[in-house]
Design a protein around this ligand. Structure first.
Ligand code: G4F
Length: 358
């Protein structure tokens, strides 16, 4: 093997960001290892099919021994810790497990690197999150949350992530380790899990258009999120890790939209102007505490790293709907020539083909 070839270890390889990052690092010539959990992980087949270049190592962030083994086997120059229970709603039902994985798992990763004698050789990325801010009106600056903003997490997930954020910073300060914290606002795309609201909507919109589904069940529709494209954000993550010193960076678009805005934009892509007849309210999908409004200010990442997001809100929705239309047609053997079941009622042209990927 080329001695100059860099090696990366990604925990959470089966998730959206793990997939995007593995592809990016592979394009850049890295040797990529992925940590995969469980004896018979159902997502293993997907990783082997979609990311065949990834060398899978079995392990779990709640199992320190497996982490030490993975670090010693891969000897990574860069370790990206994406492993987490990342669904906010789920964390209310499983708070203890969330703390074990999303919180204490970070400590286990840091210790595995330190105990393997790689504290000075392995750079670590910790996936911090805008959920740590909590979206309370009093705490959000007009331009959006930045690296100096106050934290007020509103879910067991947000609290666990805040522990991960602070323990990561603590290892940077205590042991001089190269530990970066990326405070990322919501980032979506074709690889997003269907349990998250954006992909749940774009998949349903595609299925409604094709006559495969009548309505979509959702929780509250007024919260606002700063939604960006995961591909842009993963590029930002890599840029943070190449910076000459470890630091914290916010990545966001600087634009917040409500779920209603997302619905209107997504339904317009199939030519439907009034989305309300297609949406039903399910109280089981509400949360014990809600994050009302998240808006981010990524001026620091733009100035220090030269990072720019390329995909805006409308383009994000377009590519997700286009992807889901193509995906649902493929899964159900529906020819692109078959007319849609739901007719267009507005002038917006329906999206039928996937846009070119950057
Ligand atoms: O898509 P969501 O589940 O994302 P949420 O809660 O903002 O969290 C995501 O972004 C965070 C970054 O800020 C990450 F840290 C986290 O891991 C995750 O990626 O929900 C967005 C909003 C919420 O207000 C929720 O109450 O959509 C609302 N919502 C309404 N109906 C729904 C639904 N959310 C989901 N998942 N499913 C629904 O049916």
């Amino acid at each position: 093997m080329d001695g100059s070839r860099r090696t990366a270890l990604i925990t959470g390889i089966t998730g959206q960001d793990g997939g995007h990052l593995a592809s990016l690092l592979h394009e850049k010539g890295y040797r990529v290892f992925g940590l995969i959990r469980g004896q018979h992980n159902p997502r293993r087949d997907d990783v082997e099919r979609d990311l065949p270049f990834v060398e899978l190592l079995e392990g779990d962030v709640t199992d320190p021994t497996s982490l030490v083994r993975a670090v010693e086997t891969s000897s990574p120059d860069e370790l990206y810790n994406f492993a987490a229970i990342s669904h906010v709603g789920y964390s209310f039902n499983h708070p203890t497990l969330t703390m074990e994985v999303t919180g204490k798992g970070v400590l286990n990763v840091l210790e595995a690197v330190r105990l393997s004698g790689r504290a000075e050789r392995t750079k670590i990325y910790q996936a911090s999150t805008s959920e740590m801010f909590g979206g309370m009106d009093y705490s959000m600056p007009g331009s959006g949350y930045n690296e100096q903003s106050q934290f007020h997490p509103r879910s067991p997930y947000g609290v666990a992530k805040l522990y991960g954020h602070w323990i990561a910073k603590n290892y940077r300060e205590s042991y001089g380790m190269f530990v970066v914290c990326g405070v990322l606002f919501n980032h979506e795309g074709e690889r997003r899990g269907t349990e998250f609201v954006t992909r749940k909507i774009t998949r349903a919109v595609a299925r409604i258009h094709l006559g495969l589904q009548d309505t979509i069940n959702l929780g509250v529709l007024w919260p606002k999120r700063d939604w960006g494209y995961a591909g842009d954000y993963v590029r930002g993550i890599w840029m943070m890790m190449q910076h000459h010193e470890p630091d914290d960076f916010v990545l966001a678009t600087g634009e917040a939209h409500s779920i209603e805005d997302f619905l209107a934009t997504a339904f317009a892509k199939i030519g439907v102007g009034d989305w309300r007849p297609y949406v039903t309210f399910d109280p089981a999908l509400t949360r014990a505490a809600e994050v009302d409004n998240l808006l981010g200010d990524s001026s620091k990442a733009e100035q220090v790293l030269g990072w720019r997001r390329e995909v805006g809100f409308d383009d994000l929705v377009t590519r997700m709907v286009a992807h889901d239309l193509a995906d649902q047609r493929l899964r159900h053997g529906i020819s692109p020539l078959t007319p849609p079941v739901v007719p267009a009622d507005v002038t917006a042209p329906p999206v039928e083909t996937a846009p070119e990927l950057p």
